[in-house]
Design a protein around this ligand. Sequence first.
Ligand code: GDP
Ligand code: MG
Length: 436
Amino acid sequence: NLSVKLDKAFKNLKGQGRITEINVATTVKEIRRALIDADVNFKVAKDLTDTIKEKALGQDVLIAVSPGQLLTKIVSEELTNLMGGKSEDINLKGDPNVILISGLQGSGKTTFSGKLARHLKAQNRNVLLVACDIYRPAAIDQLKVLGEQIEVDVYAEPENKDALKIAKNALKYAKENNKKTIIVDTAGRLAVDEQMMNEIERLKKELNPAETLFVVDSMTGQDAVNTAKTFNDRLNFDGVVLTKLDGDTRGGAALTIRKVVDKPIKFISAGEKMDALDIFHPDRMANRILGMGDVVSLVEKAQNTFDEEEAKRIQKKIRKNQFGFDDFLSQLEQIKKMGNLKDLMGMIPGVGKAIKDIDIDDDSLKPIEAIIKSMTLKEREEPELLNGSRKQRIANGSGTSIQEVNQLLKQFEQMRKMMKTMNKMGGAKRALSGMN
Ligand code: GDP
Ligand code: MG
């Protein structure tokens, strides 16, 4: 499924701590393939991965955790955006207000009608269910059984073969019986056909519903998208209900529907029972698709730990070619708070290559810290000042050797050169996008 495939795509990045070494293009291609395999249509998947790539390359690398986690977070945010960003309520204006339920046969309309009635009844609304599926006698019984179960009145005329007349009569009945919310369950077909479309279109004109919902089986993949488009072209519905998310569903269709018809998904259902109804939350869905909720929160935690102000201050110094040992020390301290040392170090522009051959753990940083702390503030700003006697003093003070001091100075000089080159090239962002 999608989350397994995405996981695989992210695995490409594992162990690749240095962002300068990530092949973002390959990873993005993997993500795109995973999305397409999961029924996201090609154009949607391409747009999405283009955005992801752009964002990944433009990210402020100083406040990131590891490339894989960074990308996970970006993918999750983009999926959320693609699905509308936030949840959306149904419109309950009008007295009575009418909710019209549309969709193919078997999509779950009747079941959803019952669930919605239960949901609204719990909000103290006086609800009436209306049985307008006149083609199958069993359909009326099905709704009646559900109505009894949830203790909501069901309006039906088993002998009447005119859905429009039944709907009109139901409206009258509602007014006489003080029903405030009317949910109209309609007939579907196994595939889109003209008679069904006509009927639902006329019902919509006649009832002037506050809310027209389109119910779709999330397990039908790309077909679900085509059906949604056909229904929306004719009905201009207000929202989508995704059913059967408890099955082995391919979540991709959900993403595409939102994008193709540009209508919000409002409810999801994951089960046949009356209480299996949820308001749709794009962020939760995105995390569910990714199956990586833990990773996402980890990234957020780490971002909070890292002092963003400090990061900005240091970036500014890097841009002005003023990066000194003090800044280096401050970065080391920030990074140590987050753990995952080498990955993080590698994300500081210019540091990646300098530390490539060093085996870094907390202990290996101690001599470096000791050396820097033995320098005067002026020496930290201007390492050029360090002559033989100053180096000897620092080695003595930090309990290291002149060789170790020299090695650090050399690495630091390399790092500063790298930063200068990057600045000339137009900053870290362009250096990164030039990679692939
Ligand atoms: P309709 O023809 O559109 O009215 O569809 P129904 O409401 O009769 O549902 C068709 C079948 O799908 C029934 O067996 C329902 O119990 C089942 N169903 C509906 N919603 C869900 C769901 O969210 N999960 C599962 N597993 N089954 C569902
Ligand atoms: Mg039905």
